[in-house]
Design a protein around this ligand. Structure first.
Ligand SMILES: NC(=O)c1ccc[n+]([C@@H]2O[C@H](COP(=O)([O-])OP(=O)(O)OC[C@H]3O[C@@H](n4cnc5c(N)ncnc54)[C@H](OP(=O)(O)O)[C@@H]3O)[C@@H](O)[C@H]2O)c1
Length: 244
């Protein structure tokens, strides 16, 4: 384990978050257990849109964890899935893995780094070009803002923001606004899903200033040299539930 990771694991912020994560998991399992006893799972096939084609969904952070699982599940449900991720190699591996289970899955791979304005713009251009080249209606039906991270220490992006803040909130905010015309152009109701976290409930200060959004405020209040990783993460997740 590197020094940064060790410092992170030893910080009270990490343990506070760890306890909350455990509690939220137990709560989710309890809900699943209770629902499992009363509900019968219903699978809804997505409706093809007016052009008759498959609905299109964009999943960010599709190369691991929840994003990868969601991408596979949506492909199974009949969506044309746009896998959006940072690494081209991981994107290829993810697509290969999904196709091993579902040989006819409709998948596209696009590179995006949500901590970079330039990369988001490149993604927009590439996505629109693909829709244009494929003769698909210029619309998307579902955007899943799944990509997220928890930085071990303070890092400033090329755009001058705190990395966690830009990846978890500013990037998804910009991406959603950029894709809004395509979402609105959908002939069937479209939807945006934001992956938040149980821990956003720890945010008590509801003031939203430019300094907070850029992560500058958190950088200024480094406690005894410790990066307030949990506070920033929780704040980004809280913003995802409110500020759009
Ligand atoms: N797992 C949980 O218990 C839990 C609980 C609450 C909330 N969440 C939220 O759910 C989401 C998914 O969580 P997870 O556990 O599945 O996380 P994960 O396995 O770490 O996956 C995160 C994904 O986000 C991508 N990502 C990170 N930084 C990025 C950037 N700058 N640009 C583009 N993509 C980036 C990662 O790509 P790389 O592979 O390139 O790193 C990865 O594919 C996150 O938003 C997380 O905060 C998770």
């Amino acid at each position: 384990m590197d020094r940064e990771a060790l410092r992170m694991v030893c910080s009270p912020e990490f343990w506070r978050m760890g306890v909350l994560w455990t509690l939220s998991l137990l709560y989710s399992y309890l809900l699943l257990f209770l629902r499992g006893r009363t509900d019968t799972p219903r699978r809804r096939r997505p409706r093809p849109h007016a052009g008759g084609g498959r609905p299109i969904c964009v999943v960010t952070g599709a190369t691991s964890g929840l994003g990868k699982a969601a991408a596979a599940a949506l492909a199974r449900e009949g969506y044309h899935v746009v896998l959006a991720g940072r690494s081209t190699q991981l994107l290829s591996e993810t697509a290969r893995e999904i196709r091993r289970q579902q040989p006819y899955a409709c998948l596209e791979e696009f590179q995006i780094d949500l901590s970079s304005y330039k990369s988001i713009k490149k993604f927009e251009t590439a996505l629109k070009q693909w829709l244009w080249d494929s003769d698909l209606k210029p619309s998307i039906q579902l955007l899943i803002n799944n990509a997220g991270m928890l930085a071990k220490s303070q890092r400033v992006t090329e755009d001058g923001h705190d990395e966690t803040m830009q990846t978890n909130y500013i990037g998804p905010f910009i991406l959603t606004n950029i894709l809004l015309p395509l979402l609105k152009n959908s002939p069937i109701p479209s939807r945006v899903v934001n992956l938040t976290s149980f821990t956003h409930r720890c945010v008590s200060e509801i003031d939203v200033s430019e300094e907070e959004l850029r992560g500058v405020k958190f950088g200024q209040c480094l406690v005894r040299g410790t990066y307030p990783l949990a506070s920033i993460y929780e704040y980004t997740k809280w913003l995802l539930t409110r500020v759009w």
